[in-house]
Write a protein that binds this ligand. Structure first.
Ligand code: UDP
Length: 253
């Protein structure tokens, strides 16, 4: 069988040509990066967990009428998605202060915000994904005002869905990042949630203990990342067994 054509390779995922026009295969790697790829590691099982978790969130969103690029999971590390034209923005939604916002404004991490705040970073690794105001986005033509209104509406629906799902399993959704893609149906253009939704792109804190169950475990050297992600998957009932190094099958003599 001929090897599939690679369309794009990012830090945590690879996109291959899909089986039908308008589709792609999204492959989840075990690679973790932080601080604009200055910190790198391979974390066994991360790709498998994120594939499952992203499937879980995207399926839920599709079911409540929030359109996503997700079509179906193919195997442990791959999912079939719709090919979209990615808008070059990281759409960040924050419920509690953390990370770059806490630093920028001198806020204590975990401080509740007066309301969910949506902000945008321009996707450009060389520039370190700078925060950009709506004014820049419209002036440079990355998205129109109408697109931005639709993006905010989508982002807030994703926020309500994810916050609720997480609340149900004792986890506080501090913030998250999504990416939005354009899908063309004849003359019509629709915006859909694309990329991935996983603990790589969210901040998730245990409600009782405050334990971090997201990529900050890696960014800040707080322990075993695969274990933290496994805990999220286990609570959500999407636990793929045997993915952490600790639970590898052992040879019985
Ligand atoms: N985020 C992400 N990719 C990025 C930058 C941020 O997924 O390139 C997520 C991050 O995991 C967090 C949220 O977006 O859930 C807000 O991140 P923040 O701006 O605080 O940046 P950070 O502190 O991660 O640099």
């Amino acid at each position: 069988m001929a090897r599939r054509k690679k369309i794009y390779e990012g830090k945590a995922k690879i996109l291959y040509e899909g089986p039908e026009p308008g589709t792609l295969v999204q492959y989840f790697k075990d690679d973790a990066t932080a601080f604009n790829a200055e910190k790198k590691a391979t974390i066994e099982g991360k790709g498998v967990l994120n594939n499952r978790l992203s499937e879980f969130f995207m399926t839920g969103l599709n079911q409540i009428g929030v359109p996503t690029h997700f079509l179906k999971r193919l195997n442990m590390r791959e999912q079939l998605v719709r090919s979209v034209e990615i808008i070059p923005l990281e759409v960040i939604v924050r419920n509690f202060a953390a990370g770059s916002m806490a630093k920028r404004l001198g806020l204590e991490e975990g401080q509740p915000l007066p309301r969910p705040i949506v902000e945008y970073s321009y996707k450009d690794d060389a520039l370190g994904d700078p925060l950009v105001p709506e004014e820049y986005i419209i002036a440079f033509g990355w998205a129109s005002q109408q697109d931005l209104d639709d993006i905010v509406a989508l982002a807030l629906r994703v926020n309500d869905f994810l916050s609720g799902v997480m609340y149900g399993v004792g986890i506080k959704l501090i913030d998250f990042k999504i990416e939005i893609g354009r899908v063309y149906d004849g003359d019509f253009m629709r915006l859909v949630v694309a990329d991935e939704i996983s603990p790589d792109s969210c901040r998730l804190w245990d409600m009782k203990t405050g334990r971090k169950l997201d990529k900050d475990v890696f960014r800040r050297d707080l322990g075993n990342l695969a274990e933290a992600y496994t805990e999220v998957a286990r609570r959500l009932g999407v636990m793929p067994s045997n993915v952490t190094p600790a639970s590898k099958p052992t040879l019985i003599n």
